[in-house]
Design a protein around this ligand. Structure first.
Ligand code: GTP
Ligand code: MG
Length: 195
């Protein structure tokens, strides 16, 4: 995928701020600090378009990125960060739930999981939610560079089994450090927006 244009559009906190041009949307969901923003930067070949941080819970809104006048990436706020207040957690839940239920241009969610750890309870709940709303999902297992290649298969299997993943869902191993899996993920995305 050749990126000719990539721009940050808006940090949306209310539905009326979502873009209205009906371009297909690909959302990224995952725990705080799992590497959602880093993956966006890698996919777009931009160093710091999406803000990344070693400090979890930084992304609090739906951040829209417009790509090649063809699609949007929507960076969800990370979930599962313990220090977030109950009110904030409920706000997050409400916002994401209505987005998943009502957002017509949404074509796929990239569900991002850290290759180093088995999916958490929150990860399993998120996955169940996505299936419940019948959203096409691609399971993206990231930070591959953090474990030896010899362990990749074993860890991928743990992710699949723990999530009770639908065998029909694509699963891609990526690294935002090395670019592993980038082309494969782009082809999954292009297929999702063409369907
Ligand atoms: P929130 O916005 O807080 O939910 O976090 P996020 O999911 O957007 O994570 P972010 O992209 O900010 O990355 C968190 C940390 O993980 C940063 O220090 C990144 O540099 C690091 N990181 C992300 N992806 C990778 C990867 O593939 N490999 C390695 N080695 N580090 C990564
Ligand atoms: Mg982020």
């Amino acid at each position: 995928m050749k990126i000719t244009q990539a721009e940050f559009v808006i940090s949306a906190v209310k539905p009326h701020q979502y873009p209205e041009d009906a371009l297909p949307e690909i959302a990224l969901a995952g725990r705080s600090n799992v590497g959602k923003s880093s993956l966006i930067n890698k996919m777009l070949e931009r160093k710091a378009l999406a803000r990344t941080s070693s400090q979890p819970g930084k992304t609090q809104q739906l951040n829209y990125y417009r790509i090649n006048d063809q699609l949007y990436f929507v960076d969800f706020p990370g979930y599962g960060y313990a220090k977030v207040s109950k009110t904030q957690r409920e706000q997050w839940g409400g916002m994401i739930e209505s987005f998943l239920r009502d957002r017509e241009p949404l074509k796929m969610v990239l569900h991002i999981i850290d290759v180093r750890h088995p999916p958490s309870k929150d990860d399993c709940l998120m996955y169940k939610w996505l299936k419940h709303f019948q959203i096409p999902v691609c399971i993206v297992v990231t930070k591959a560079d953090k474990i030896p290649r010899s362990k990749w298969d074993k860890h991928m299997k743990i992710v699949k089994v723990t999530l009770e993943a639908d065998p029909a869902d694509p699963m891609v191993l990526v690294s935002s450090e090395t670019g592993l899996g980038r082309d494969q993920l782009w082809s999954v995305i292009m297929k999702a927006i063409e369907d």
